[in-house]
Design a protein around this ligand. Sequence first.
Ligand code: APR
Ligand code: ZN
Ligand code: ZN
Length: 371
Amino acid sequence: MSQQVKAVVALAKGAPVEVVTINVPDPGPGEAVVKVLSCGVCHTDLHYREGGINDDFPFLLGHEASGIVEAVGPDVTGVAPGDFVVLNWRAVCGECRACRRGEAQYCFNTHNATQRMTLAEGEGAGTELSPALGIGAFAEKTLVAAGQCTKVDPKARPAAVGLLGCGVMAGIGAAINTGAVGRGRSIAVIGCGGVGVAAIAGAALAGASPIIAVDIDAKKLAKAKEMGATHTVDSSRVDPVEEIKRICGETYEGAEGADVVVEAVGRPETWKQAFYARDLAGTVVLVGVPTPDMKVPEIPLIDVFGRGGALKSSWYGDCLPSRDFPMLVDLYQQGRLDLDAFVTEEIGIGDIEAAFEKMHHGDVLRSVVIL
Ligand code: APR
Ligand code: ZN
Ligand code: ZN
């Protein structure tokens, strides 16, 4: 059996997305059907539509979502119908080397639903859909692996906590999990879009100081300040490396940069800035996603050796959804993490093209579809 629901699909490379009817199968073993309540619009959805991820059209877009579990497969015990969940795109296996050594956040064998949702109408009826990041939540209902459903406090606002499913978690985790900032540590964040601002909020939550926001757009810097940045640097006007060094040196005598520099743009030149803006033994965290043509910038190897420290990348904020989502939702509920600030607007299922358009202008942290 399956049921039919409305959903947003990218049918062909570069073509505007369309609201169509799709078939959602009943959950099989290890699967769950979720009634979606909210889903944020992320750059990755646009990348799928533009064919920048792969060519497996048609794509069922949407992946930063919250919802209510409607039904589960026969063997599912972790979640039950009625549970309020945030969807994650790294359901861990529990059996690979990473999982066995207690580092499930690095699971090498994450999984999605086995069955496929399909188009229900038009010439392509029956065509299997490729769900974005294995989720596909710009839909009234979606089929996922049960492990992609993380239970959180049902009293929380869906539009806000659903954002933990992708970009906001990536940013917070880049600062807290990968960078391991905390009291007595300084941080600089290069690039203050949704991901960078989340890194700033995470650093503030963890007690880091100073928290230096770097961007080429003054509007982004104003938002970063609201979210906890103690200093802002407009890198279209001044050298961000020198500024970060100066600010950190004012706070901590002898500091030659920040303890942690998060790169949240995904470009060689900003990664190079991050490399040189960190203190001796400091950590660079690359959370921005480069394109395949980009290369590590040329840096004397002696500088890599001589400065010590760590050059890391952060996938999904090195999060473990079952550990991090409920904890961050609780902090949100206590008023200690302002997830509402990331929700710039609530929109309908038919407004996604307009939301893609707004992303280019930089006025929006997140447009969130309410279903
Ligand atoms: N120096 C500093 N900031 C820059 C530069 C630069 N050279 N170029 C762009 N930026 C800023 C933009 O002004 C913007 O504020 O980087 C920010 C990027 O933000 P968004 O486009 O909103 O992207 P976001 O959703 O935050 O994602 C950032 O992380 O997950 C990845 O794929 C994602 O690579 C992307 C990155
Ligand atoms: Zn695993
Ligand atoms: Zn995303």
